[in-house]
Design a protein around this ligand. Structure first.
Ligand code: ADP
Ligand code: MG
Length: 338
């Protein structure tokens, strides 16, 4: 057997990237989540060639101090948690300290950032190796440009689907994130063509309108309920307004878009027998809870989380929705002031 040796850092990062960065949409998700964690109120995403040629994410958040850029691109380096206690109390979207290192391992990255409001910094990384850093004019916040994604991992490139599918995945993830953060103004552009713009005025119905169109937004009903552990609220479509997939149900747990079959089933249970077979509603379900009840450290992409009291939460959602559907038309307006 060959000698055991430690892998070079950039090779280890490339392996880690295989888990976190599956496709262009993963890059968009990670960069946008970082922008949200940085306290941004405006986030703009531009991409070219389904994200393979270029993805740019620009925010007006805290920025990264010039002396911390290297750390930001180091795996398992994060500003978001410090100790074990924090790990069970995660209130940010990120905490693993993996995304930037992973992205930089499989692309060319340029970062332009300003954390001070004075002079900014520009730095470049290629295949995980730092290429340079210099002072540069920059507005407050961070702009990250990812070029030639997967250029050094041909197997991953081959595994990607058609450009159309990859674009759909980018749009889907940005839509869901925007629904979770109606107080942030999102802009999404594909080669200069506007795909999504939200106002960021903290109005959920207007955000739904930007994502699914005005007709859908106007037809939706508000719901709200809470118990000792959870607060649920959001918008659901009337039973007549449905689609042929579950994809228009979004579950947002403390802002994070999660996949959870039981909770989306709880949404449909709220409709009782009002939905026809294979018809699924539009729903935006926002759940607020103590982070202690949520284990986000289950999967590298954090799309699946483990929830304490899932049964109670399911019941709360089902009841809130069935109540909302019972309310008569003239009472709906009051509830809809969400
Ligand atoms: P994580 O988000 O899990 O901490 P990342 O690799 O995504 O790991 O980011 C590493 C660190 O870089 C973050 O903890 C944060 O301090 C900093 N950072 C990344 N993106 C931004 C951004 N857009 N604005 C400000 N700081 C950022
Ligand atoms: Mg992150």
């Amino acid at each position: 057997m060959a000698q055991i040796h430690e892998l070079a850092v950039n090779l280890a990062n490339q392996i880690a990237a295989g888990e976190v960065i599956e496709r262009p949409a993963s890059v968009v998700k990670e960069l946008v989540e970082n922008a949200i964690d940085a306290g941004s109120s405006r986030i703009r995403i531009d991409f070219i060639d389904a994200g393979l040629k270029q993805i740019v994410v620009q925010d007006n958040g805290s920025g990264i101090p010039s002396d911390q850029i290297d750390l930001a691109f180091t795996r398992h380096a994060t500003s978001k948690i410090k100790n074990e206690h924090d790990l069970f109390n995660v209130s940010t979207l990120g905490f693993r300290g993996e995304a930037l290192a992973s992205i930089a391992a499989v692309s060319h990255v340029e970062i332009l950032t300003n954390a001070t409001g004075k002079v900014g910094t520009r730095a470049q990384f290629s295949a995980g190796i730092k290429k340079g850093q210099e002072e540069a004019a920059a507005v407050q916040g961070t702009q990250i440009t990812v070029k030639d994604l997967f250029y050094n991992t041909p197997a991953r490139l081959k595994y990607l689907r058609s450009p159309r599918t990859e674009i759909m995945k980018i749009v889907d993830i940005v839509n869901r994130i925007a629904l979770g953060y109606p107080d942030i103004a999102f802009t999404l552009m594909n080669e200069g063509k506007l795909l999504l713009r939200t106002a960021g005025n903290n109005n959920l119905r207007q955000t739904v309108s930007s994502v699914y169109g005005r007709k859908v937004a106007e037809e939706m009903l508000g719901f709200k309920s809470s118990d000792n552990d959870f607060e649920v609220s959001g918008l659901i479509s009337k039973p007549e307004l449905t689609r042929a997939t579950r994809n228009f149900i979004s579950i947002l747990l403390n802002g994070r878009y999660i996949k959870n079959f039981r909770l989306s089933s709880a949404v449909m249970d709220g409709y009782g027998n009002k939905l026809s077979d294979k018809h699924y509603p539009f729903a935006v379900v926002r759940i607020k809870t103590d982070p202690l009840l949520v284990d986000v450290n289950v999967h590298p992409t954090k799309r699946e989380v483990r929830l304490s009291k899932e049964t109670e939460l399911s019941r709360l959602i089902t009841n809130a929705i069935s109540t909302a559907l019972l309310i008569k038309e003239n009472e709906v307006d009051a509830v809809n002031n969400l």
